[in-house]
Design a protein around this ligand. Structure first.
Ligand SMILES: [Zn+2]
Length: 459
């Protein structure tokens, strides 16, 4: 597939717009500090950042020139728009002034704004920007929150200017980082299907008959929302459940829910207790505002008029040229779709929630993106990774350590169907191993809306 046409002809993004957008996020990452001027040389700021993007942001190329690689805090980090790699990264000047010789403002803007996916024409069979087309894949840094490293450079210069340390923001009072545990509810009644199909394929009619009998007479293993909620609560964590209000297949044949939300709502609402409810918007709604609005209303009616604050698109469908605009139009306060289905890590190279960039208005969108870092399906799937159970924790740990290091938010998606004990690849055991690690590092476990309110309170 290819990307849809631009909603309107893109216009250049000036250095001032890039600076404003990036600094808005920089100041939000740290606790309040006395103001320090940061900018390009023409403004004669206290902390000067070299301007090295040339005409890149006046054009529509998805990819910038290759990055240079510099050492920072013991890590090798890619720096885009670094035209003087022989200069030190920071040059100290008298009176608390400093010059940063790589254009980390442009580099942070490029990654955080999602420039590559907005201007790339590439989309996969589900209409998504593919990981294989990303700079994260090309230069192999999907598990490094590069923008947080750029901010760390900036922070070091600010500390020099104000003569005192800058502290990372805290979560829920004192926690140094946070986690969101989420579940997309695609299926509640289909656990019997795979074993029944297998029996049929093997010609084992007796076994097939037994599966069918169980299906009609007993409880389906995937009808497990109260167990999921309790299992998560036992870790002192809380769940967010994203419900899919569409059970009809999408126009292209992609399945949506295997349940009719009208029929199951009373049962589901009791099962999840006080957990947060979000909208799991069906295939196609990422480009069709009317249908998206209707699904939101359907869920809202079932909840006695209470609108879901947050949203995640089924199949992580996201069209950068259209979807974010729909979210502001329909007043969602947060989204948690932005991760690559093909690889865990950081799609925007940032481990804190952020406001995606509006390429039409040329400022930040109002809704908050709480990036998705780990999806169960990513870890073991014919088209994604095929990690063995014992490989999962070693693969994820360095990324989780990066989030903790920068006081970020780790968002995990574990589908309810993968709490089925029959799943021994990315099932309940692998979820427990991940939760045990997270708990050992003392994050605040928060709902998406807790994060929104927390950040608003500090504005
Ligand atoms: Zn889904």
């Amino acid at each position: 597939m290819t990307a849809p046409p631009f909603p309107c002809s893109p216009v250049p993004v000036s250095p001032e717009i890039r600076l404003t957008y990036v600094l808005q996020h920089f100041w939000q990452a740290y606790e309040a500090v006395p103001p320090v001027s940061i900018g390009y040389p023409s403004h004669q700021p206290q902390i000067e950042v070299a301007e090295a993007a040339g005409p890149f942001f006046e054009q529509q190329h998805p990819y910038p020139p290759a990055p240079t690689w510099r050492q920072w805090q013991g890590r090798t980090i890619p720096f885009f728009f670094d035209s003087a790699p022989d200069n030190p990264l920071i040059e100290w000047r008298p009176n608390g002034q400093a010059i940063i010789h790589a254009d980390i403002i442009s580099a942070a803007f490029y990654l955080l704004s999602g420039w590559q996916e907005y201007f790339s024409e590439e989309r996969d069979q589900h209409g998504r920007f593919p990981y294989s087309a990303s700079v994260q894949h090309r230069y192999n840094f999907v598990t490094i929150p590069v923008v947080n490293y750029y901010f760390d450079v900036l922070k070091t210069a600010v500390e020099h200017a104000i003569g005192q340390p800058l502290r990372l923001r805290r979560w829920a009072g004192k926690a140094t980082w946070a986690c969101c545990i989420t579940h997309d509810i695609d299926n509640l009644y289909s656990a019997w299907k795979a074993p029944a199909k297998a029996a049929l394929r093997q010609g084992n009619l007796r076994h097939f008959g037994r599966q069918l009998w169980q299906h009609f007479t007993t409880h389906d293993t995937w009808d497990n929302l109260s167990q999921v909620q309790q299992m998560v609560a036992e870790y002192g964590a809380k769940s967010t459940f994203f419900f899919l209000p569409e059970y009809r297949k999408a126009a292209n044949g992609t399945p949506n829910a295997d349940y009719n939300i009208q029929k199951v709502w009373a049962h589901a609402a009791t099962a999840i207790s006080s957990a947060e409810v979000g909208l799991h918007a069906s295939v196609g709604t990422n480009t069709q505002g009317g249908q998206l609005k209707e699904e939101g209303h359907r869920l809202q009616r079932l909840r006695n008029g209470v609108k879901a604050d947050g949203i995640r698109f089924h199949y992580l469908s996201w069209e950068p040229r259209i979807t974010p605009g729909l979210l502001d139009e329909l007043l969602y306060t947060y989204d948690s779709t932005l991760g690559f289905a093909e690889h865990f890590g950081f799609r925007n190279s940032y481990c804190l929630p952020f406001h995606p960039f509006d390429f039409q208005q040329r400022n930040a969108f109002l809704f908050l993106e709480i990036p998705l870092n780990v999806m169960d399906a990513t870890l073991h799937h014919p088209r994604y990774l095929q990690l063995a159970p014992e490989e999962i924790a070693p693969a994820l740990t360095p990324m989780l350590q990066e989030i903790e290091r920068f006081g970020g938010v780790c968002t995990v998606l574990w589908h309810n169907e993968n709490f089925d004990p029959a799943n021994t690849h990315n099932g309940p055991q692998e979820f427990h191993t991940l939760m045990q690690y997270l708990c050992s590092r003392n994050p605040a476990f928060l709902h998406g809306q807790d994060i929104v309110l927390h950040l608003e309170a500090e504005k």
